[in-house]
Design a protein around this ligand. Structure first.
Ligand SMILES: C[S@@+](CC[C@H](N)C(=O)[O-])C[C@H]1O[C@@H](n2cnc3c(N)ncnc32)[C@H](O)[C@@H]1O
Length: 200
């Protein structure tokens, strides 16, 4: 499937547009996600959630970090072009600041997490990190712990009976609060995941 990663770890693909919409609504209500936000998708794939956020709420900056060169390059470019050509979404996207996907390994990023192009500090993080190994989850926890401007983040994962305990074991800070837990489905497979939304 497009969006699968040859090099990356964890699960490929995206959750549905409806699922991303629910996550965006929740982060807007609970975590002050909005037009002033600097949003980063850790493991951005081919950029679908980033483009959906740009089209729906037009954050100040929307960018992603993606391990797989093809996803970050030609595949993202193809999806971006098709959204730009869309009669309705295209004009919305053209008036937003264009999202971009930087090829790289986010576990190697030096905190605090900042936009590569503008240097602005990230305020909101999204990651479909189901199945990513412990070290990679630790990398997300470290970036969130060490990034003072992060107000909220959403993690799409397998259901966990005690998500806060799980995340603390991965090195996430103790100062996070779980504000929402949303059932979401993967595009294509229909597999069910949870989008856990946290504020800080
Ligand atoms: C489940 S996909 C989600 C893609 C996108 N966020 C979406 O929802 O459409 C996870 C992505 O994370 C990428 N990934 C895994 N580990 C990574 C790392 N350490 N640094 C950057 N990207 C990573 C994979 O290559 C894959 O494209």
């Amino acid at each position: 499937m497009v969006g699968d990663s040859a090099l990356g770890s964890g699960i490929g693909g995206s959750i549905t547009t409806e699922g991303v919409g629910k996550v965006v609504d929740s982060m807007t209500s609970h975590c002050k996600l909005g037009a002033d936000s600097v949003v980063c998708d850790l493991g951005a794939g081919i950029g679908r959630p980033l483009l959906q956020m740009a089209v729906s709420i037009a954050p100040r900056v929307t960018f992603g970090i993606e391990l797989d060169e093809l996803n970050a390059g030609v595949r993202y470019g193809g999806v971006l072009n098709s959204v730009l050509k869309h009669p309705i979404l295209g004009s919305r996207l053209a008036s937003a600041s264009l999202p971009y996907v930087q090829q790289g390994d986010f576990t190697l990023c030096k905190p605090p997490l900042a936009c590569f192009k503008s240097g602005l500090l990230v305020t909101h993080v999204y990651s479909f990190c189901a199945g990513m190994p412990q070290g990679t989850m630790g990398g997300i926890g470290n970036l969130i712990s060490m990034s003072p401007c992060i107000k909220g983040f959403a993690l799409v994962m397998h259901h966990s009976h005690n998500i806060l305990k799980t995340l603390h074991e991965f090195g996430f800070p103790n100062t996070i609060s779980l504000v929402d837990s949303i059932i979401v489905r993967q595009c294509g497979s229909g597999a069910q995941y949870r989008a856990y939304v946290f504020s800080r």
